[in-house]
Ligand binder design. Sequence first.
Ligand SMILES: [Zn+2]
Ligand SMILES: [Zn+2]
Length: 305
Amino acid sequence: MNIGAHVRGGGSLIPSLEAGAALGATSIQVFVQSPRMWKPTQYAPEVLEAYREAQRAHPTITHTFCHATYLINLASDDPALLERSRTALAHNLRVGRLMGAAGVVVHLGSHKGAGFDPAVAQVAQAVQGALDAAESVPGACPLLMENAAGAGGTVGRSLDELEAVLEATGRDERIGLCLDTQHLFASGVDYATVARARALIREVDRRFGLQRLACWHLNDSKTPFGSNRDRHANLGEGEIGADGLAPLLGHPAVRNLPWLLEVPGDGDGPRARDVEAARAIHAAGQLLYQRPARHRPPHQGEHHD
Ligand SMILES: [Zn+2]
Ligand SMILES: [Zn+2]
């Protein structure tokens, strides 16, 4: 299993590898600039090259993911904001390529009620424009669209919306997916039984191809199922619960992907005990798939679709 954690980047980025290792994580996610500011952090090429070498040589951290700044809104009807967003995303992608990241995760943005359909072509163009611009530097790093919890007019609140964006890019090979367990739950996607987890993974495969799913964001939820609110809780302390997460973590087709914690911990992000909690849930999830189906008792009083 590959349990990861969001950690602080720091100036040279390399300390983030040690921060992840200190938690017992085997993958990390970092911000490569302040997540709530436009100003890009300018890294010297040697810094990014040194990171790439350090990542390659690191004995325990297998993947580094970057999370793009939250200010990006590729669905904005304000041309200036759209341009800033595309520029910021291109910068994040260039940094990701140069540091050898496994992907840059991005929230596509919000149409603020103007409607999803009119925004699709613009979002797709902006995504491809940023990817094209990032090709000015060597490397290869996919852009990973993240599903949204569904507040306001967020784009990517459903697999259907994410697929529509992908489709509008001509199913661009440079685009992948990062699915967030809390956002799925908040947007009304149920994966709390083996049957439903299987149905979800089948749907992801049918719509995108599982090879596009690069990683997960692993979070419990402070808000109820279908609440459309983006509020992460520590694993086992939220509305999803350990039992609700286990069928997804244990699914044979996705269990070996990086599962990146973005939980609050004590207020300072994932702790070693959060990584341990994730490992325990992952192990429990794997066991669910080891029992032959015919020996599994039927679920009482549950609706099956
Ligand atoms: Zn997330
Ligand atoms: Zn979130």
